[in-house]
Ligand binder design. Sequence first.
Ligand code: MG
Length: 389
Amino acid sequence: MNEDAAEACLARYAARPDRTRGRRHPEPPPAMRTEYQRDRDRIVHSNAFRRLVYKTQVFVNHEGDLYRTRITHSLEVAQIARTIARALRLNETLTEAICLAHDLGHTPFGHAGQDALNQCMRAYGGFEHNLQSLRVVDELEERYAEFPGLNLTFECREGILKHCSPANARLLGDVGARFLRREQPGMEAQLANVADEIAYNSHDVDDGVRAGLVTVEELCSVTAFARQHQAVTAQHPGLPERRLMHEITRRMINHVVTDLVRNTTECLVDANPQSIDAVRACPTTLVGASGDVQAEQLELKRFLRERVYRHYRVTRMTTKARLVVQQLFEAFMSDLSLLPTEHCEAARRTETQAGEPGRARVVADYIAGMTDRYALLEHRRLFEPGERT
Ligand code: MG
């Protein structure tokens, strides 16, 4: 089925490219693609997307080639979400575009990098990675003659901005308004958000075992894992660990996805939204797993937080990462001339317009855009006397 045909059998509550709220800078419609195909293609061609190859999910990029990075994470999220989108007759292309863009604003070194940068930016309006993803697609990408950024549709931008503080929402115009009115985003945006969680909960289990941070036996204390472990070992006794793990994680994803489609279908019957605007006006989100599965996911998340994300080997790595980000920020803030020329000029320009917060924002943009290995290299260039500059 081609993408236009797929869009012809969309549900009433799905996003429709012919009824988009449009782009910030009006453009003629694409000749051979839908508006959302154009969004997705622009995201894949962006610099920020390519950089995701070398950005961390949980493990620092150089630790091993098999761990998830931001790009493989984004692709897994998109793949899970597309399956669900099709089952619910949502707009698959828009869903894919949102998923591929959802982590574009992530700093190097995963959440440790984001927390460190937020700390550094505290006096200057803070740093939120969701907001930064929007900033990347609205302002920072430099690819088109007629406008800054990628000039994506409203629906795609709405999906990228998953969370936002009220203070920032007020500065964002149309795409920030729902946080102030307490409205929901469209179904595709809700789906991308849920698929993100499904993806990292399952792949962090897999990566955690591969890294030797947790064992299969320990994971059997988690209901969602134990259920599939029992089913697989009963069906295939003596399976080697690698195949056992992959079979379990695959079944865990399938279990949540199946439950999610069933539960969301029931929510849709109750709410009966007749359009994407009716979805937005609902008091709560409509895409979600059943209460039982949500409770199991929470149990899994808690296990991962305690046993994987807070494992001493991960903590050592994140402590180093935080230090790198802090020291880079401090060095650039105290002396702009350490920045590469174009970033230095941008910082001086913004400082004249917006004072010190403007200067800090350009420094934060520069650091946030770095890959893990580039941040480490910049750190060596600035702080190790023997390193080439
Ligand atoms: Mg993510």
